[in-house]
Design a protein around this ligand. Structure first.
Ligand code: GRF
Length: 201
């Protein structure tokens, strides 16, 4: 069974959906570790109450990004982590880190990439006035919100939607899509060919 580490900085609703999916066997892997960089993140409490091992690694405790990431790598190696799942992790991993874990880091982004990259994907799509937005799960490469796309799903923005109702729709979809993508990885059903991800039936 593969060992998964989730990296999260905030609320942790995706983290909870992943833990739940593992619990019911929809993800056949161990959620071995949750790493956060934010001491105030609600996800820390969620992990503790789900009895998942947690580690708080704060950037301010290290002289540079390299040492910060070296501390993270040490934790990953100790827990024999196979897959890193970014779930609202608000730090950009260095090219060196990404290369070390090439095709072993997943991210979820709340828009249909390559549209609306960045920290406000839902709001930016809403403000732009697009009629369709959605959710993307992708492998992480050296660019931000970029890398081979595993799964995408669309959400319609209708005339009655507010930003809040759209956020709700997006998060609901995220909580289904991310566990599905993670399980595809864990079942070795994904093959990366250049910028494309082939999914075996
Ligand atoms: C999600 O919308 C995810 O797409 C983005 O960050 C948010 C994290 O939410 N990368 P949560 O902490 O999982 O509730």
């Amino acid at each position: 069974m593969k060992n998964i580490a989730v990296f999260a900085s905030g609320r942790g609703s995706n983290f909870s959906s992943i833990v739940q999916a593992a619990r019911i066997g929809a993800i056949k892997a161990r959620i071995s570790l949750m790493i956060s960089d934010n001491p105030d993140a609600p996800v820390l409490k969620k992990a503790r109450s789900a009895s998942i091992k947690t580690a708080l690694v704060e950037r301010k405790d290290f002289p540079n990004k390299e040492k910060f990431e070296a501390a993270i790598i040490q934790l990953l190696q100790k827990e024999k982590i196979d897959l890193i799942v970014l779930a609202g992790f608000m730090r950009v991993l260095s090219p060196g880190f990404v290369r070390k874990y090439k095709n072993r880091i997943l991210n979820i982004h709340p828009s249909l990439l390559p549209s609306f990259k960045g920290a406000h994907g839902i709001k930016d799509a809403y403000s732009y006035g697009v009629k369709i937005t959605g959710v993307t799960v992708h492998f992480v490469d050296e660019k931000i919100d970029h890398g081979p796309i595993i799964l995408q799903a669309a959400v319609e923005i209708d005339k009655n939607d507010t930003l809040e109702s759209l956020e709700e729709k997006i998060h609901k979809l995220e909580h289904k899509l991310y566990p599905s993508a993670i399980q595809l990885y864990c079942a070795s059903k994904l093959r990366v060919e250049g910028n494309k991800v082939m999914i075996r039936a």
